[in-house]
Design a protein around this ligand. Structure first.
Ligand code: KG4
Ligand code: ZN
Length: 439
């Protein structure tokens, strides 16, 4: 089947088109016909974080041109043999079609809150023949609601125009199944199509999913794909959010995760000139959580699987204030690397310790790690070293590079599994759910 996926939950407008085929032995063959990601990072950087109204506007501006780009590139895969033979489907040659007025009214109702989209739909999309797409999958939560609505309304309007079912997909389920995509299936916007495969029951069960992103830090027990049980989550900041906020405190640009990771990695390899940083820390003993660790490891010994990162961020803030006080209101350049290193160590310690405990206590056979923070090398390394004796290397699975951040390929895959589970369900009134959980 052909699946079109739309993702607009945060600051990436993403579209993907995949073709799936199940073989007799239960192997799912996936061909990635297109995988487009338009990031808004440069726009949000100015504000030091994602500004929802701006994210919405950017999604509205970019989504229809991206749909046209996707259709243009993939049209030869989406037309019938007759259309191929007669040359009837050519995006640039099609006569303008007008919808009967009652259908036009329905489209107007679907896009009532999206005048810009309605304009673009009538200008560019009405004239197109129905492409051979079997389902449109769209992220409907969790995420920023104004941003989510753009994707949902677009999907509903396309579904209506082309008479194709629309399937709502949980963004976190997308991150969870993103580990099935191997590295070679990317990068985005590559010239040639790529393909990969996996077995329809891809993991040794039960699975523990560690989902770490800018908005979420969750531990989920997975009894099967589609059967989820949330066993732990952050009580305040998500871990990616803590990286972003700490970056802001020390003057690094948004998103802070990669910036901090880069400085911390660099300190790992060249640790020498940090003595003055540790002298400064020693001068502020009240800031020390316990001897030997610069920053606290919040909730590391708690009896549950919950997290809390806001205290860690505050500890960084206090130390930075003390440093600035004794350095003419500036952070000496040579303090940045050890500071990032110590913060990353603290966050990693907590995550790894809680994950180990969850694996031991739930009897999980597989660990999958997804979300933006799964790009962090140090976290990957320590998780692997710590859990390899319990699970074996093969059963600790991370997404390929380029698939840790938000993308629509993961939404197409999660949608595929959802369609297989409930092939006959019709989802008619899809709503954005900013705080949706996986269950
Ligand atoms: O999954 P994602 O792209 O968006 C959300 O769904 O939130 O995650 C983005 C988050 C940001 O907070 C970003 O700073 C963080 O992932 N991130 C990282 C790294 N790369 C991205 N955090 C730590 N280390 C990294 N290498
Ligand atoms: Zn995400």
């Amino acid at each position: 089947m052909h699946i079109l996926a739309i993702e607009t939950s945060c600051d990436e407008t993403a579209l993907a088109l995949i073709q799936t085929e199940e073989t007799a032995d239960g192997t799912i063959q996936v061909t990635v016909l297109e995988n487009l990601i338009h990031t808004q990072i440069d726009i949000h950087r100015e504000f030091g974080g994602v500004f929802p109204a701006l994210a919405k506007r950017e999604h509205q501006k970019n989504i229809v041109p991206m749909i046209l780009k996707l259709l243009r590139k993939t049209q030869s895969s989406l037309i019938t043999e007759t259309e191929k033979a007669t040359g009837a489907f050519d995006m640039d040659q099609q006569p303008r079609k007008h919808l009967p007025s009652e259908l036009q009214e329905t489209l107007q109702t679907i896009l009532a809150k999206e005048p810009l989209l309605y304009e673009q739909f009538t200008e560019h999309l009405l004239s197109l023949s129905r492409p051979q797409i079997d389902a449109i999958c769209v992220t409907n939560g969790p995420g920023l609601e104004p941003a989510l609505w753009v994707g949902i309304n677009t999907a509903q309007a396309l579904g209506f125009l082309w008479n194709i079912p629309v399937i709502p997909v949980n963004h976190m389920e997308g991150h969870l199944v993103s580990v099935l995509v191997p590295e070679h299936a990317l990068p985005a916007e590559q010239e040639n199509v790529s393909s990969f495969s996996f077995h329809k029951e891809p993991f040794a069960l039960p699975v523990l999913a560690l989902l770490v992103s800018g908005g979420h830090t969750e531990m989920i027990q997975v009894d099967a794909i589609g059967k989820y049980h949330l066993i732990g989550k952050t009580r305040d900041d998500a871990v990616g959010e803590a990286f972003d906020k700490v970056a802001r405190i020390i003057g690094l640009p948004y998103p802070g995760g990669p910036e901090i990771a880069h400085l911390a990695d660099n300190y790992h390899t060249h640790p020498t000139p940090a003595i003055s940083f540790y002298e400064q820390v020693a001068q502020s003993p009240s800031l020390l959580h316990e001897p030997g660790s610069v920053f606290p490891r919040p909730m590391i010994h708690s009896s549950d699987y919950d997290f809390s990162f806001s205290g860690l961020k505050t500890a960084v803030r206090y130390l930075v204030e003390a440093i600035k006080k004794s350095h003419h209101d500036e952070i000496p350049q040579e303090f940045l690397r050890p500071l990032c290193y110590e913060f990353e160590e603290a966050a990693t310690d907590v995550i790894v310790s809680k994950t180990k405990k969850a694996i031991e206590e739930t009897g999980a056979q597989t660990l999958v790690v997804g979300g933006g923070v799964a790009a962090n090398h140090h976290l990957r390394k320590v998780l692997t070293e710590t859990l390899e004796p319990l699970l074996g290397r093969e059963s600790i699975i991370f997404p390929g590079r380029g698939l840790t951040g938000d993308n629509a390929l993961m939404i197409a895959l999660a949608g595929y599994f959802k369609i297989q589970r409930d092939p006959h369900v019709i989802y008619s009134d899809i709503k954005a759910e900013g705080n949706m959980t996986l269950s």
